[in-house]
Design a binder for this molecule. Structure first.
Ligand code: C2E
Ligand code: MG
Ligand code: MG
Length: 286
């Protein structure tokens, strides 16, 4: 009986795995079509100045409203795109579309675009950025690329060369999800980042729960200050979290307490009304 049970369990496990692989292949096929058929959309989430709550930048986040499966999260399909070689096309579309749409915003607003480490590692990446800048006509200082610590898994000298070529274009660089990867201070030593984004896991949960988040945020902010970099506290949801990151003097704030990501048309409507300041929403609003 024990043997049979074991086999049944194995069969269940193995068919489960096959379902996983099948689903992945399906996502891969659908994603290829979605890119071809222009089914992906960009949305934009405001990043506000911590003192004035005025929007200074918008983070571009890719959306895939799948016709049958509903909305599929980027945390699901970006890794698939990285594995199956679609990330180059997807990344180029994201870059071009975000810059094209940012040109329609007031000129003082920047756009922050996420770049996958796989996309970043390609030697032709700076040329791609250069082409998009000239084709869309966006001022380079309005474009910020968000990369994560995982880019440093590649050849260090190569990564520094890429940074140099990108900075030479006049764009800005942000280090995303800081503190969650293989954080090493040596990454900050020679890297030309303009901004550090504090991962939302440090923002989440009040200090009374006995974690060290508050001290960690304070340390990141003072490190960034000394390096002349801005800090964004991301994923702020509650008044308590907002109070904490303000107390710790993060220079910029992002999270659903101000606004989740919105479509270009909703954004334009607000911007055209001259409504550039975001008030924290009460709990009933989110
Ligand atoms: P990320 O760059 O760290 O983006 C922040 C994520 O937090 C976004 O999730 C955003 O919608 C979400 N978020 C914003 N405010 C709040 C909040 O108050 N609470 C919570 N719980 N979440 C909040 P999203 O849009 O699902 O994106 C997930 C990740 O997928 C991103 O993390 C980024 O790594 C990747 N991603 C998204 N768009 C793109 C893209 O266009 N290209 C690439 N390469 N990666 C992208
Ligand atoms: Mg990001
Ligand atoms: Mg993140």
């Amino acid at each position: 009986a024990a043997k049979g049970g074991g086999r049944a369990q194995y069969r269940f496990y193995s068919s489960d795995l096959q379902d996983g692989a099948k689903l992945r292949r399906q996502i891969e096929e659908d994603l290829r079509d979605a890119i071809l058929n222009n089914e992906l959309r960009m949305e934009y989430q405001p990043i506000v100045d911590a003192k004035t709550h005025k929007v200074v930048c918008l983070e571009a986040l890719v959306r895939w409203p799948h016709p049958e499966r509903g909305s599929i999260a980027p945390s699901v399909f970006i890794p698939v795109a990285e594995d199956c070689g679609l990330i180059k096309e997807l990344g180029e579309w994201v870059l071009a579309e975000s810059c094209r749409q940012a040109v329609e915003w007031p000129a003082e607003l920047r756009v922050a675009i996420n770049v996958s480490a796989v996309q970043f590692a390609r030697a032709d990446f700076p040329d791609t950025v250069k082409t998009v800048l000239s084709q869309t006509g966006i001022a380079p200082h309005r474009v910020e690329l968000e990369i994560t610590e995982s880019v440093f898994m590649g050849d260090y000298g190569q990564v520094q060369k890429l940074f140099k070529r990108l900075k030479a274009l006049g764009i800005r660089l942000a280090l995303d999800d800081f503190g969650t990867g293989y954080s090493s201070l040596s990454y900050l030593r020679n890297s030309p980042f303009d901004k550090i984004k504090i991962d939302q896991s440090f923002v989440r949960g009040s200090p009374e729960k006995g974690n060290n988040n508050s001290a960690i945020i304070a340390a990141i902010v003072s490190l960034a200050e000394a390096l002349d970099m801005e800090t964004v506290a991301q994923g702020i949801e509650t008044k308590d979290e907002l109070e904490l990151v303000k107390l710790r003097r993060a220079t910029h704030l992002q999270g659903r307490i101000f606004s989740l990501s919105v479509s270009q048309s909703d954004l334009l409507e607000r911007l055209e009304a001259g409504d550039l300041t975001y008030e924290p929403l009460g709990p009933e609003k989110y």
